[in-house]
Design a protein around this ligand. Structure first.
Ligand code: DQA
Length: 143
């Protein structure tokens, strides 16, 4: 199974930013460990700080991938364009957050994406990504 992880703004500086919330590991390091652990899955990773680039990545994902894991970061709470793109694509998208957005500031408790995602995983630290991959593998088994 080919799965694309799309990360939004400021997730390129994981390990540096707000370590008390997001931890001290960079995404690249985590991603390498994840690829090593889940050898049967073809994982790819794309990160952008730009809303339009994330929309384009979502639109193009179906050409190569069977599923998408999306952490739109701050755009989760603001972007109707990304929500529309999630709604429009035919492959399943699981929304992921490192922190528990429902236990944080009021403005983070609203996600424009959740209603269009296949499901949402929030608050398990970087493990949220692994849980999202495992959820796709489980779904694949049950099909
Ligand atoms: C985040 C939560 C967002 O509110 C925040 O803007 C992020 C990261 C998370 O993974 O916990 O950048 O999506």
């Amino acid at each position: 199974m080919k799965i694309l992880i799309i990360n939004g703004p400021n997730l390129n500086i994981l390990g540096e930013r707000e370590q008390e919330i997001y931890g001290s590991k960079s995404f690249d390091d985590y991603f390498m460990q994840l690829q090593f652990k889940l050898k049967d899955v073809e994982l790819s990773h794309y990160q952008s700080n730009s809303e339009g680039d994330i929309v384009t990545a979502l639109q193009e994902a179906k050409q190569t991938f069977q599923a998408v894991i999306l952490n739109a970061a701050a755009y989760t709470h603001t972007s109707i364009a990304i929500a529309d793109a999630v709604r429009a694509i035919s492959i399943p998208v699981v929304e992921v957050h490192i922190s528990n957005i429902y236990a944080r500031e009021k403005f983070r408790q609203k996600s424009y994406i959740s209603a269009h995602a296949f499901g949402s995983i929030s608050g398990f630290g970087l493990k949220s990504y692994e849980l999202a991959v495992l959820s796709f593998l489980e779904l694949d088994k049950n099909e």
